[in-house]
Design a binder for this molecule. Sequence first.
Ligand code: GDP
Ligand code: MG
Length: 295
Amino acid sequence: MSEKAFKSGFISIIGKPNVGKSTLMNALVGEKLSIITNKAQTTRHRIFGILTTEEFQMIYSDTPGVIEASYKLQESMMKFVKSSLEDADLILLVMELGEKEVNMPILEEALKSNTPTLLVINKSDQSKGSQAHDKEQFWREKYPEVEIHTVSALEKTNTDALFERIVGLLPYHPPYFPADTLTDKTERFFASEILREKIFLNYKQEIPYSCEVVIESFKEEETIIRIGALIYVERNTQKGILIGKGGQSLKKVGTEARLDMEDFFQKKVHLEIFVKVEKDWRKADRSLKQFGYLN
Ligand code: GDP
Ligand code: MG
């Protein structure tokens, strides 16, 4: 394969929270890189998933859901979305079957931009009767110039056709990353994402949103990885809920996270978790900097 014929490009996956962006990226890249839960806003950072073959390299960025910036945290998240649109060679605008309008300015911007944009209607497996077909028709009338793909990221229905279309739209360019690169994120990042996913799955209401996970130590030894994690919360009451009666809740989270980490790293993991109160971290610039949301 000559250098000239090689294709490589950046693909941004955008859309509202919970429409299935992370699931779609995982289906397209074929690895569980992005954490997936059924709560909104679990994807706070941009995540690159990179897939390289002999003919092409796809560099996906899975962005936080497009939401209105009401907290400082959410403003920072919007910056990730915007910078992701700037580098993109291709945009996958994902929405779910039930959505009826693109009323968010950033989504409209993507559709109007010069970057090729595919409209992906996800969760086709939930379609009742002709719903999926009717929905496609609805969007085709509204945006006649946009190419539409109806898929189920979860069941991998039509994702192969979407994948082939993405290959077709990639620009001719030498690879940006070495062939064995799976992601630009570190092992620490995945350890923190796994722990964060378990927090999201185990607690209700505001607890997951008031937590931030920092991996303080990550030591890989021959037969075991020793990980030290710190969970920041905003108030003492949240610390109490997180830890639970007799430490039971945190113990459950820790065990679930450790098992997933062992699966991900293919090695035995020793996980130690501490909880610390950092008042109002979501509103404070200082803390946001510390956690990597601001530059
Ligand atoms: P994101 O916030 O856009 O990244 O959404 P996620 O990928 O985290 O998915 C949110 C929820 O929707 C999870 O519970 C997924 O399992 C679910 N989901 C994603 N894709 C599909 C799909 O094709 N069909 C169905 N039924 N559920 C899906
Ligand atoms: Mg996500």
